[in-house]
Structure formats: C-alpha cells, structure tokens
Design a protein around this ligand. Structure first.
Ligand code: SAM
Length: 414
C-alpha cells in the first residue's frame, strides 16, 4: 500500500514523472523496525519491496511506499547516539559547519530528522541557533532533554514555511540518513526553497547507490530507504527545483554514503568533485538497467549462499546468534526466510527491542549480555556498518574460538 492507499506498483518516477523500470524484487516485507511483542495477535503489515530506476532522471526508488506514520511514531526504536563512533562522527560534522557556514551574524541551522540530537548537541553547546525536525516522539524527547530545540513534525513544505515565518531563513539545512526516507521529495524541496537563505546550503548524506551496487549491500534497501541516490540523480533533482549540486563527498559511515551539498542555482561554484563523481558513474554505467540487473543477480547469489551456509551450520550442530537487530536485518531475514531455526536469537543494545521478536520472521531479541552467555559458535553480523566498533568490543568472542559470519559483499567467515 502506498501513501495514497494504492496497492499497485508505481509506474512513474516520484520526482520527474518519467517511466520506471523494475530491476529488483525483495519480496513481501514487514515494517523494518516494527518489532513484535511475543503473543501479540495484531496482524503484521507487509508490503512488496520492489525497486526500479527512472528512465528520465536515473533516480533509483521503491515502487511502493509505506504510510509514514507506520514507520515514524512515538516508539520508533532507532537512537542515533547508541553508537559511540557515530556520536564522534556527528560532533565532527557539527564542528565543520560551525567553522564554515555558521560564522555569520546570528546563524541558524535546521536539521531534518534530528533524532536524539546526536548532531545538534554540539551546535547547541556552541550557542548557535538551531531547530531539529523530528516526528518520532520518543527520540525527540531525548533530544529535548538535552536542551535541544525540536519541532515534533515531519519536514515538508507547510512546516518549513511556518518555521521561516516565525524564525527567518536558515543558513544551513542539514539531514543525515533521513532525506532518502522521504518519498514526497517535491514537498521537501519546496520547503527548502522557502526556508533556505539566498546563499545558504542544503546538505544531506545517505547511503550511496554506487556503494550498494559495488558491495551488493541489498540490506540497505527497506521500507525507510525509499531512494538510493547517485550524483547523477541528485544533480537532475536539484536542477528541477532551482538548486545546483555544488559538492559531493564520499563518506565511510554506514557502509558507504555520499554527502551532497546543494545551493541555489548560480550562487556557488561547483567543486571538481561533482563532475568527477558524475563522470565515474557514467563510466561505470551505474544507473543503466544492465548494471542494476547484474546487481539483482548478485543479490540472488548472496541470498542462496547465506541460506546454504546457515543450513549447513545447523546440520553440523553449530549455534548461530545474530548481532544487531537492525532495520537492515529485516530485509535479509525476510528475503532469505531465516527464522529461529537457523538463528537462535539476535542480541542488541537497544532496551526497547529486548524481549520482542524481529518483524516477519519472529527471531527473539535479547540484550547484549546474552551474547556471551555462553558465546555461540558463529555470530551473524547484521550491524556490519559498525563492524570495526563491534569487533573491537567483542575481542573475547573471537579469542574464545567464535567466528563472525558476514554477507557483505559476499558470504564469508572471519
Ligand atoms: N539523523 C539521524 C542519524 O543520522 O542517525 C537519524 C536518522 S533516522 C534513520 C531517520 C530519522 O528521520 C528518524 O528519527 C525519523 O523519525 C526522521 N524522519 C522521517 N521522516 C522525516 C521528515 N519528513 N522530517 C523530519 N524527520 C523525519
């Protein structure tokens, strides 16, 4: 079902209206973070997770979107500050803005999807005007308790205009791991147009199509990740709404992202990095249907290898436990049909998830301490984007003979 109640796959691009070509079908999937209470009898919501590319603007997008209130609500369980590495990362991003675009008279930064305030706490500590948009009440309350100014709304044209009328224009509109969650991009861009100062910048960072294809990281695709950006598709979208892509930066976080910087058309000179990334994508034929169908074939191979490996481990009597009940894991578990018969439980540090079951496949979720009680033979690493942080923390596991089972870019044991 889509935002407008439609159950048919979308045939035209959400951004430019041209035709969509489907290249990947990840099957019926639940809401990726709708963890289930044991014994709950409410029926779970499923939707077809199918991906296509626009033949006009090259935007890769889902062909069905999920009503936003089903994903983002008071009990949304993803807390950005749960990773120490991401806390440090966002403190660095904030410091960079403080040194560059927030040096004028009474600067103002607006963040779309500020979550628990992982970035804004540094902006607030510097005494700089800020406002976070955050519709998910639980995480927003954590940010407020840190003294951060939060508006408990979705960012869109109406809410952006209200902020502009009350507080004036923003020098920076920033968004991390959120813009790709928003199907109604036209409303967002009209909101940015209304709220951004004439020389301001609109900066967003999200998983990058180039990395997803290169690493076969198909678990980056789930209900929340509606778009997978490329420099080519962002450039086309920016132009459509009177903006220009003026910088791109590859980022190592979350399995490979790009930070896109947009300005009003003609206000800033694009850096050479923009033309270089667009040229690289054309040379790779990144958005061509052949490349994307090749990616889909790799996904099928990883799926079959993972199921075969887990089945083999079960037959040999090995214990396998999952590490990190991430949103990404929902795609893997439900695509592969991996249930508690193959993965005994998944450990996770988020208290809200403890005692619940994963959406769709109903694998129990236990606190982090359950991992060592006793250690399993294999740990299936769902939170692979935090691999360095996790593996350093869990050295005792490998020292005791435990092995990590990974599936990005292919199925392997380390
Ligand atoms: N920026 C944080 C980070 O990078 O860790 C949070 C990312 S989290 C995956 C996405 C956040 O976007 C959620 O907290 C969700 O509630 C919020 N969100 C979703 N749609 C939004 C919208 N239209 N406007 C503002 N926030 C939104």
């Amino acid at each position: 079902m889509t935002d407008d109640g439609n159950t048919r796959p979308r045939a035209t691009c959400r951004v430019c209206g041209d035709g969509l070509e489907q290249f990947l079908d990840l099957g019926e999937q639940p809401i990726s973070q709708a963890f289930v209470e044991p014994g709950a009898d409410a029926e779970e919501f499923f939707f077809p997770l199918v991906v296509g590319v626009c033949t006009g603007c090259a935007m890769v997008q889902l062909l069905h979107d999920v009503p936003r209130d089903r994903m983002f609500h008071h009990d949304y369980p993803f807390y950005s500050s749960s990773s120490q590495a991401m806390q440090e990362y966002f403190a660095g991003v904030a410091r960079e803005f403080l040194d560059t675009d927030l040096t004028g008279d009474r600067p103002f930064l607006v963040e779309i999807g500020c979550n628990d305030g992982v970035l804004l706490r540094t902006i607030k500590d510097a005494g700089v005007r800020h406002l976070g948009f955050e519709p998910s009440g639980g995480v927003a309350d954590v940010a407020r308790a840190r003294g951060i100014r939060v508006r408990g709304d979705f960012f869109e044209e109406r809410t952006a205009k209200e902020v502009c009328a009350a507080e004036g224009t923003a020098d920076v509109i920033y968004s991390a791991n959120t813009l790709c969650h928003i199907p109604y991009l036209d409303s967002v861009f009209r909101g940015v147009d209304a709220l951004l100062a004439p020389d301001g910048v609109f900066v967003f960072e999200d998983p990058y199509l180039g990395d997803v294809v290169a690493q076969t990281s198909f678990d980056q695709i789930y209900d929340e990740h509606f778009y997978l950006w490329s420099a080519e598709s962002v450039q086309a979208t920016a132009r459509r709404f009177g903006f220009e892509l003026v910088d791109v930066r590859r980022l190592p976080v979350h399995g490979g992202e790009v930070r896109f910087t947009l300005a009003r058309a003609g206000r800033r000179t694009p850096t050479p990095a923009v033309a270089a990334l667009v040229a690289e994508e054309r040379q790779r034929r990144l958005s061509s249907i052949d490349t994307l169908r090749g990616f889909a074939a790799n996904v099928a191979r990883v799926r079959d290898d993972l199921v075969r490996t887990l089945t083999d481990l079960r037959e040999r009597g090995r214990r396998v436990v999952g590490y990190g009940a991430t949103a990404k894991s929902a795609t893997v578990l439900n695509l592969c049909g991996i249930g508690p018969d193959l993965v005994e439980f998944i450990c996770d540090t988020t208290p809200d998830k403890h005692g619940k079951l994963t959406p769709g496949q109903h694998i129990p979720i236990r606190p982090a301490e359950a991992f060592a009680d006793p250690y399993p033979d294999y740990a299936l690493l769902f939170a692979w984007n935090h691999a360095a942080e996790i593996m350093a923390k869990e050295r005792a596991f490998t020292a005791s003979g435990g092995r990590w089972l990974r599936y990005v870019p292919d199925v392997h044991v380390v």
